[in-house]
Design a protein around this ligand. Structure first.
Ligand SMILES: NC(=O)C1=CN([C@@H]2O[C@H](COP(=O)(O)OP(=O)(O)OC[C@H]3O[C@@H](n4cnc5c(N)ncnc54)[C@H](O)[C@@H]3O)[C@@H](O)[C@H]2O)[C@@H](O)CC1
Ligand SMILES: Nc1ncnc2c1ncn2[C@@H]1O[C@H](COP(=O)(O)OP(=O)(O)O)[C@@H](O)[C@H]1O
Length: 297
């Protein structure tokens, strides 16, 4: 199950099928609303980047209900965003947040979001909420974050889980994940019961039931601060706009996650043209990248 041969490289033809195109009868609600709880006093920019990317990936509306100080920055950049809670079709949680401080500031909102059972992206400081979430979850760690999550998961579940992991040599060190990202993305998905999108030069998407996708070909200029936050926004938007598909088939989150990673990589390539890029450049390149994907160019 974890061997490289069983991984399918995601391509533009497949991705096109997972993009939602609005129809005449649609309004902002029917297209899908993304709820966003991201950013913190220390990392407000992560919230701005994720929301920017979600809006540009074609969501119907974004409700941002993160820390109030961050909300002002998000709304200053994107006045389309609604700052009050309400119904959402998907959640994006955790970019720019730390586990230690998030409960203090946002405990109630997070509990409520986890209980709703809608598709949810858990990033950075919210990865460990995988144990609370009731809907289909996509985790978006980089190598260090996955190592920490697997270590904490083993510790939290006590002796039994440590023993299970120990069959494979115990929770992995970050260097082990870097050496065998496909293996550890697959194991993490099985162990955590969630789709894992493991970030790096190649992105690995693993579903607990066995779907395995890779996305390669992103320019290495993409290795710059905040691009993971942009990916979170793109993915959240795609989950919100395909919520009906996911309601019928929760496994659809894996190809949707692969589509988000490919869109992110293609937007980076479009923005870069061989030169340096910022995270915001990648977000700004998303609409033209969606248009090119849809037209098959
Ligand atoms: N503008 C923003 O608000 C941004 C927010 N971000 C948020 O920042 C949070 C932390 O993410 P990270 O992945 O950085 O944190 P991690 O805590 O995973 O990584 C920090 C690690 O990098 C090491 N490190 C730090 N500086 C280094 C250096 N100069 N050379 C070598 N190693 C170094 C540290 O020792 C530590 O081990 C996340 O919540 C993320 O979403 C990032 O996306 C960057 C942009
Ligand atoms: N060498 C690389 N080549 C191409 N893409 C990369 C490379 N390194 C990282 N990436 C991509 O850049 C993004 C970085 O995300 P992340 O590590 O979360 O950074 P941040 O926390 O700063 O947003 C991910 O989408 C990852 O797949």
């Amino acid at each position: 199950m974890d061997t490289a041969a069983e991984w399918l490289e995601w391509d533009e033809r497949r991705a096109r099928e997972w993009l939602a195109v609005p129809r005449d009868g649609d309004d902002k609600y029917s297209r899908g609303v993304l709820g966003v709880i991201t950013g913190s006093h220390d990392y407000p920019g992560a919230a701005v980047l994720g929301v920017e990317a979600a809006m540009r990936a074609g969501v119907g509306m974004v409700r941002y209900t993160g820390p109030s100080a961050v909300r002002h920055l998000v709304m200053a950049r994107r006045p389309e965003v609604v700052g009050v809670g309400g119904r959402v079709q998907a959640w994006l949680i955790g970019s720019g947040m730390t586990t230690a401080r998030r409960t203090l500031i946002l405990g109630g909102e997070l509990d409520q979001a986890m209980a709703e059972g809608v598709p949810t992206v858990l990033d950075a400081g919210a990865l460990d909420l995988v144990h609370e979430a009731r809907g289909a979850v996509v985790l978006t760690p980089h190598y260090r974050e996955l190592a920490t999550l697997l270590m904490e998961t083993a510790r939290r579940a006590g002796h039994g889980a440590v023993k299970v992991s120990a069959e494979h040599g115990g929770p992995p060190h970050v260097d082990q994940i870097a050496a065998q990202p496909a293996l550890w993305a697959g194991r993490a998905a099985q162990q955590l019961g969630a789709t894992v999108l493991l970030k790096g030069a190649v992105t690995y998407i693993a579903h607990p039931d066995g779907a395995r996708f890779t996305v390669s070909g992103a320019p290495s200029w993409l290795a710059t601060a905040g691009t993971g936050d942009v990916l979170g926004g793109i993915l959240g938007a795609l989950l919100a706009t395909r919520h009906r598909t996911i309601a019928q088939d929760p496994d659809a989150v894996a190809p949707i996650a692969a589509t988000a990673a490919l869109l992110h990589a293609l937007a980076a390539r479009r923005a870069s043209q061989g030169g340096p890029i910022t995270a915001l450049d990648v977000a700004e390149a998303v609409p033209a990248t969606v248009a090119a994907l849809l037209s098959g160019k």
